[in-house]
Design a binder for this molecule. Structure first.
Ligand code: PSU
Ligand code: MN
Length: 313
């Protein structure tokens, strides 16, 4: 179900940015999460695009949650976290649910939205490499541009980068050759490509589409500035405690990411929360700038592949 405003923007080829709802329902504490959800929509609008926050209500996939619907997802008790494999069950049982990166990207692409903003992608978990977020596989086959601050630093970052390479996900740093570390500006790892402005990002997506290789997402990694990052010493200490806490309490599966994020927010006295909100809102603004650039970018000229001329010519 596509909201009226989103439907109108789609019909007129106006810039749109998809936003996810798991970050709201499970990544941020209530009731601040609702304020943040509204701020993200406002940030997208301020940069000239229409926000399309995605979630599931009564089994209907909603693209462009209105304020009442956003409130229901943000403040509702026990709103399930829906990855892409969960969507058919949520639909068939007429359930509510919040969509992750994987499910939001799938839905956005399905309705024709090409740009998506989030905080940090899921990835390969530390000391449990079999726990790999469904975000990665889905991005490997979904041609969308996703603006993020890297992958969450609670994860095994180098293993996640290797998996993104194996899955042929396009990875670029925004104005940097370093892969950001979510709460930290730099994860300590490099990115293969750097893009410097929204038009370059839009052009890369257009080239991907014109080439027709069946490639998936562009992950545009947008770091939090160093002077706004979480103190790295505090980060490393809290991370060690959080991982130990999760192991001691036997937290597993889809609960582990929300547990670790909540632990951080508590143990840093809200410091990590402010950084998380800051980086998501910066990503929403950049995503909107890219959507605006893409709306003005003609499709890449046909034939970026140069064929040899036939001898008969
Ligand atoms: N970014 C944030 N906070 C979050 C998430 C992203 O700043 O909570 C969510 C996204 O919805 C992402 C999910 O898909 O965390 C990853 O969960 P898992 O590790 O269980 O796949
Ligand atoms: Mn998992």
């Amino acid at each position: 179900m596509v909201g009226d405003e989103v439907a109108l923007a789609l019909a007129h080829g106006r810039p749109l940015v998809a936003l996810e709802s798991t970050l709201i329902a499970h990544g941020l504490p209530r009731p601040r999460n609702l304020a943040v959800a509204r701020e993200l929509g406002a940030a997208v609008r301020a940069a000239g695009a229409t926000p399309a926050t995605i979630g599931v209500l009564d089994g209907k996939v909603v693209v462009g949650l209105d304020d009442d619907q956003l409130t229901r997802i943000a403040l509702g008790e026990d709103v399930p976290k829906l990855s892409v494999r969960d969507i058919p069950f949520a639909v068939s049982t007429k359930s509510d649910g919040a969509t992750t990166v994987a499910s939001t990207a799938a839905i956005a692409h399905r309705v024709g939205i090409g740009v998506f903003a989030t905080g940090g992608l899921g990835g390969v978990h530390r000391d449990a490499a079999y726990d790999e977020s469904a975000d990665l596989q889905l991005l490997g086959r979904t041609p969308i541009t996703i603006v993020c601050a890297g992958v969450k630093s609670i994860l095994d970052v180098p293993a996640t980068l290797e998996r993104l390479e194996s899955l042929s996900v396009l990875v670029a740093g925004y104005r940097t050759d370093r892969f950001p570390g979510f709460y930290l500006a730099d994860s300590g790892h490099q990115v293969p490509w750097t893009l410097d402005n929204p038009a370059q990002v839009a052009a890369a997506a257009a080239a991907r589409d014109a080439l027709g290789f069946g490639l998936g997402a562009i992950v545009l990694a947008n770091p939090i500035p160093v002077d706004r990052q979480l103190d790295p010493v505090l980060h490393d200490r809290v991370l060690a405690e959080a991982l130990a806490g999760a192991a001691a309490q036997g937290v597993t599966g889809k609960d582990i990411t929300p547990y670790l994020l909540a632990y951080f927010h508590e143990a840093t006295g809200g410091g990590s929360l402010e950084v998380n909100i800051d980086l998501v809102s910066r990503n929403a603004t950049l995503a909107a700038q890219i959507a605006v650039a893409a709306a003005g970018t003609p499709a890449a000229p046909a034939g970026p592949i140069v064929l040899p001329r036939s001898p008969a010519e």
